[in-house]
Write a protein that binds this ligand. Structure first.
Ligand code: HEM
Length: 418
């Protein structure tokens, strides 16, 4: 007998690890589904998610209260009080406020800047591969997919290479704070790191005000915005700059790491697909879209319901939460044939919505795609017979509702003859 939605507990680690049967059940039986005992309505069909993303008047991104998590200990609050307080700039801002900041970020994250990064990305990718290729084995997440996006975004922002280790530590603290899985001791450590990040960047910001260079921070400090409340033209203030920098740093690291890691896992499990890419590197662009579709590292996003509404016959009350499930939408069989199989030649792979859609569409999409492309091109041209080190990979994912990422991936390989 086929299952029904109530047979699954979405918060159960086994469901989070392998949610595909749950997604399929919802898509067929309850495409807008209230998770039992919560005010969360999960939306799983591709067409529905796309439709809801357009209605920013009813479904708000102002979910700051969810990011804060449970009340922190007084010691943690006291540490955060020493630095700049959060303001809503992009991911948690709604129109018209959102546009002020987003226009600016689109400008500084220009195609020409991203394209100019390609040589630097290639150099980093080859350096990382050089560091493990002689061993014939590597801890792929720690040695490749974690450092890569951190080095790339740090360089875009203008962080000197000598500070990369610290930058990585701060970035990890932001990610752990978001996951809300830190122990009380880790919360104190994260607060200290996050405040240290803010002071470090405050210094850089002041320095760039007087000596602008060709980097994102310089562009941000010299640009003027129209104040979202008063309309006065002015530069960004320190709270706004900190908020934008934090998002650029945090939003891109975990996601890109998970996309490349998950892609490598799928290819290692499907050697004929890997071979197709090694035989014809021209397929890598489409394979990147297919990997983004399958992995959807930004697995789900919140929206806060601003007024009583109804969607597909389901009543959704004001203040309820929508969980727009990008990961499920990208495996909707209404759109994707055999959605759980990787197919590097899939014709409509780029119909995925792994970067969202509408006004919050990921501003880092071009950067992430390029990083993935450069990474897979180099890995597949230098490594052969890539296989999982089974005894070191239990293939489980971090128990996180919003971000999806593998915990461990160890691979072994031969050096590819050139
Ligand atoms: C594979 C990698 C990535 C994935 C899957 C991804 C996914 C997403 C998604 C789904 C959204 C929309 C959120 C929503 O619907 O509310 C988003 C927004 C965002 N992403 Fe990415 N992202 C990736 C890489 C990056 C990178 C590299 C950066 C920056 C360097 C970045 C910065 C942002 C920012 C700032 C937003 C908020 C935009 C806004 O609210 O207007 N992301 N991303």
């Amino acid at each position: 007998m086929s299952k029904c939605p109530a047979d699954f507990n979405f918060f159960d680690e086994s469901v989070l690890n392998c949610p595909y049967e749950f997604y399929r059940t919802l898509q067929e039986q309850a495409p807008v589904y209230q998770l039992p005992g919560t005010d969360i309505f999960m939306v799983t069909r591709h067409a529905d998610v796309k439709k809801l993303l357009k209605d920013t008047a009813t479904f708000s991104n102002n979910f700051t209260h969810l990011l804060k998590g449970p009340e922190p200990a007084p010691e943690v609050t006291a540490i955060y009080a020493r630095a700049w307080q959060p303001v809503d700039t992009m991911i948690t801002a709604d129109p018209p406020r959102h546009k002020t900041y987003r226009t600016l970020v689109n400008k500084v994250f220009s195609a020409s800047r991203v394209n100019a990064m390609e040589d630097y990305m290639k150099a980093i990718v080859h350096e990382l591969i050089d560091s493990f290729i002689d061993r014939g084995e590597c801890d792929f997440i720690r040695e490749f997919t974690t450092p890569l996006p951190v080095y790339v975004i740090a360089d875009q922002l203008g962080v000197p290479r000598r500070d990369l280790a610290e930058f990585k530590r701060w970035s990890d603290s932001f990610a752990r704070r978001l996951s809300q899985m830190a122990t009380p001791e880790e919360q104190v450590e994260d607060a200290k790191n996050i405040v240290a990040f803010q002071f470090y960047f405050a210094e850089m910001i002041e320095e760039r005000r007087s000596h602008p260079r060709d980097d994102i921070i310089s562009d941000l400090v010299v640009t003027q915005i129209e104040d979202p409340d008063s309309g006065a033209v002015r530069p960004l203030d320190m709270e706004e700059l900190q908020s934008i920098l934090q998002q650029l740093m945090v939003a891109g690291n975990e996601t890109t790491t998970s996309a490349i890691t998950g892609g490598m896992l799928s290819l290692a499990q499907n050697p004929q697909q890997m071979k197709a890419l090694q035989d014809d590197s021209g397929k890598i662009g489409n394979a990147v879209e297919e990997i983004l579709r399958m992995e959807s590292p930004s697995a789900g996003m919140w929206r806060v319901v601003k007024k009583d509404t109804e969607f597909n016959g389901v009543k959704i009350p004001r203040n309820a939460l929508l969980m727009l499930r990008y990961h499920a939408a990208n495996r909707d069989q209404q759109l994707f044939d055999q959605p759980n199989a990787i197919c590097v030649d899939r014709e409509n792979a780029d119909d995925h919505i792994a970067f969202g859609q509408g006004i919050h569409f990921c501003p880092g999409a071009m950067l992430a795609r390029k990083e993935m492309n450069v990474a897979f091109t180099a890995l597949l041209s230098r490594l052969d017979n890539i296989q999982l080190v089974q005894e070191k990979c239990d293939l489980t994912y971090w128990p996180n509702i919003v971000l999806r990422g593998l915990k461990e991936l160890h691979i072994r390989f031969d050096r590819r003859a050139v």
